[in-house]
Every structure is written in structure tokens, then in C-alpha cells.
Write a protein that binds this ligand. Sequence first.
Ligand code: 5CA
Length: 439
Amino acid sequence: MRLSRYFLPTMKETPAEAQIVSHRLMLRAGMVRQASAGIYSWLPLGFRVLKKIEQIVREEQDRAGAQELLMPTIQAADLWRESGRYDDYGKEMLRIADRHGREMLYGPTNEELITDIFRASVKSYRDLPRILYHIQWKFRDEVRPRFGVMRGREFLMKDGYSFDLDYEGARKSYNKMFVSYLRTYARLGLKAIPMEAETGPIGGDLSHEFVILADTGETEVFCHHDLLDYDVLAETVDYDGDLSPIVEFWTKFYARTDDKHEAAAFESQVPEDKRVQRRGIEVGHIFYFGDKYAAPLGAIVTGSDGSQTTLHSGSYGIGVSRLVGGIIEASHDDDGIIWPEPVAPFKVGLINLKVGNEGCDALCEELYGKLSDAGVELLYSDREDSPGAKFAEMDLIGLPWQLVVGPRGLKSGVVELKSRASGEREELSPESALARLTG
Ligand code: 5CA
């Protein structure tokens, strides 16, 4: 993509309304624009990141055996009356009437709707277990939407739902999601720690929040430092095997959010030099809630012995749009964003320091063509701005690699390759730079 044609409305000034760094950088880097309080438009650069995150989430859900579907954003109030949550949800639920005066709502979550789909079509234990998920916009009329996409009113969530015949089966599904979440966040370049947590309006008695550490996080968290040192992706996972050892490993350490924290237990279970007390961002939350929805909605199947059994379920959420802000909170410097490569909107920023110089233009065109042909996603800074402005813009939008072509290097046959994360610069021949970026 050529910058001269790209819609990238970056801002030099720091927007006054943004209180935290990720919100400031998302506005400055032209990733989002506020449409109204807690509701955002995703501009091309931000949308690319959102899609990358979504795709990694999808791949790890699929790998764990979950199946994607798509449920609507608008739901019927009557279904929520069956579970009793229509009244319980209070003002956080956006309630709408259609032209016939029928009560509808913009879904804050989907336990009722998925249970409705399930009860209508699944009648036998033979059709179990199943884990279904979708990636869909939610609306919660938060009292205090803030911090940009971190606490929005409209936000993108991956929400998955498991259906099993009994507790043992449900526990296996829970473990699959637990392990797949560890992998998902690791692939996003994050260290997310599963923590014992309250279940809130979703309900149930078994629940973990996945939290990344960040000073701007809304929750206070307490955990054992060893949880931060573990390399999740080092081992391959067999989702058909017994996952309980992995879950037991992660849950044997003290890790709790402030709602569940007990100072005495923390001090007795964690040696002083291993105690981590920080703020964190909740990037996912998983719940086992048994028959909380299946019972009132009548999601019943015939068991192998012919008996009628109510389904056991859990739900599993990932804050996809919140993750965009969360990743920036975890990965930035004074100059801007530092995207982990798997979620970067483009891998390379190609910088032509002297647009109009024949040699620079020709080499840039060649590199642009070859990198594009090799499938490398790149943004070509081809406008007649000053070198300083070009570098500042590239640092702000945080692409992992900057490939710099200038008249001085051209004379000695070299280009410069800069890593945004380490700041290291290297002079290379154009061929070696190409090999590096395509290899
Ligand atoms: N039905 C369950 C799981 S599928 C559920 O709704 N869980 S939740 O309420 O914990 O939300 C799941 C995730 O969505 C949270 O962990 C968080 O990362 C994200 N999330 C929740 N509220 C917001 C919000 N207002 N803005 C952005 N992300 C949010």
C-alpha cells in the first residue's frame, strides 16, 4: 500500500480527551475515531489490526475444536425473560422496540440465544459435546465508558459456549478453552495470566479471568511471579488428550483479582520475592455455570440410558477490540506503538527519504514490487515529506520493520533496516534486506 493513497489520518497533537496511552496512540495513529461515547469507527489501520487479532483468536478456537457460527446483534426480549436476565441486566442493556412495538435488545452476550439454538435441534447425548463460538459486536451501556476501546459501549467479543452431558464433560470443555486461551494470548505477543475471578452477571461457580499486566489496567491483581516466566507456545497441545495437568500447573499458583484476593493466603502461598501486586487488564473471561441457562430454557437431551438430562454449559469470552488497546498498553514507547509482528497492520514500512530522486524512486519501486509479490504486507512512504516527519510517522504507527532508502546509502549500494522494537539499525544490500524480510 502506498501511503500517498492510504487513508491514514494521523495527528501530531495529543488528543485532550484520551487519558491512557493506548487511547492516545490509537487516535494519533489514525486507527479509530469516536462516533459517540464508547462507540468507535475503525479506520483502515485499526481495522487491519482488529482483523489480525480476530484471525488468531479464530485459529486457536478452531484448533481446540470449537466451531464458528454467527448470531445476530439484535435479540428478542422474550428469550431473555425465559432466563430471568431481562430484568436482571438493568440499565446496561440497550432496549429497542421494533415497528410492531415488539421488545428487542442489542445483545450484551449470547447465552440465551445459543441455548435456544441448541435446545431446538439437539435431542440426544450422541450430539454432544459441542463448543460453538462467534465473533460479534456487543453492546453494554456502561456507566462510564472510558479509555477508548478498552471500556467501550459497543465492542467486539469472541464468545464461545460449550454443551456437555455432565460435569466431567463440561470440565473437559472448560479445560480446552483454558488452554486455548493461553495459546491465543501468547500468539498475540502477550503474557496473560489466568486468575480466579468473580462471575458477575454471567453466573456460575467456576471462572477464570485472563489478565495482562499494565499500570493503566482497571483491576488490581495479585499473583506468583513464576506465572510470568512460562513459555506457553513451547509445547504442542493435544486437545483430545488429558489437559488437566496443564490447567493444574497454571492454577496451582496464587493468582487472583482484587474481588477474590485474600492477603493472608497470598502471603502464605507466595514467597515475598515472588509476590506480584500490579494492575491488570482483563482480556478474557471463562465461566462454567452448569444448567443456569439450560434449566430455565429447557435444553434437555436423552442420555445413553434413555433418561432426560439437562445440559451442562460454560461460556468463554475474549475482548477482541479491547485487545487492540491492551496490546498497545503492553507494547509502546515515547515515540509510538510497537506492534508484535503477528498483529502488525503491515510488517514493513518502506521509507523513501528523497522522493523525486531517480535512484531512490527506482529502488523503492523495485523493493515495493518484490516485497508485494512475496506477500509481505508493506506500507510505502512515498510522499514528499521531510525525513524527520517520515520517521516520526513510522515510529508512531509502529510497524515492526522500517526499510529506509536514501541518496547517501544508494551511493554505497546499501539500504537501512531498522527494527522498531529494538531500535537496531543495520546497513545491508537491497538483496540481503529483501531476503531478510521475505525469509
Ligand atoms: N458471555 C461471557 C463470556 S462469552 C461474557 O460476556 N463474559 S465477559 O462479560 O467477561 O466479557 C468477555 C470479555 O469481553 C471480557 O473479558 C473483556 O475482555 C471484554 N469486555 C467486556 N466488557 C467490555 C467493554 N465494555 N469494552 C470492551 N471489552 C469488554
